[in-house]
Design a protein around this ligand. Structure first.
Ligand code: SF4
Ligand code: SF4
Length: 127
């Protein structure tokens, strides 16, 4: 990831069309493990190389619905593996590579975001 969509989400659908890498799934999608909209952490690039700020958060009208999550890097592979086991994430299973954890494929992330903001799941709109 990434950014993460929380239970504050009102399923207004504003964010998904804004994502440059089609990382956002609507509620009810069979690959969405939540009951609100969902960001696939293995796909989100935090809009790096596409925009100055996460486009989903710019489109979102709901305070606290889109928050920072950990970078999708090898360092956080166990974090995402555990979240996948617990059902927080539903990470794509590749036919030959297996679960597409960060240890298999890392994603870009905004390096300027302080780790304490990520650890606190701070609102993306606040940066
Ligand atoms: S931060 Fe950018 S890449 Fe990630 S889900 Fe939001 S719009 Fe998509
Ligand atoms: S724009 Fe915000 S409130 Fe609307 S669906 Fe996306 S995350 Fe949920």
């Amino acid at each position: 990831m990434a950014v993460k969509i929380t239970e504050e989400c009102i399923s207004c659908e504003a964010c998904a069309p804004e994502c440059p890498v089609a990382a956002i799934l609507e509620d009810g999608h069979d690959k969405n493990p939540t009951d609100v909209f969902y960001v696939k952490p293995e796909s989100c690039v935090e809009c790096v190389d596409h925009a100055d700020k996460p486009r989903c958060a710019e489109a979102c009208p709901t305070e606290g619905a889109i928050v920072w999550d950990m970078p999708y890097t090898s360092e956080f592979s166990d974090y995402y593996a555990m979240g996948n086991d617990e059902g927080t994430y539903k990470i794509r299973e590749h036919k030959t590579k297996g679960l597409m954890l960060p240890s298999v494929k890392e994603q870009k992330f905004i390096a300027d975001i302080p780790m304490e903001d990520r650890e606190a799941y701070a609102n993306v709109g606040q940066f």
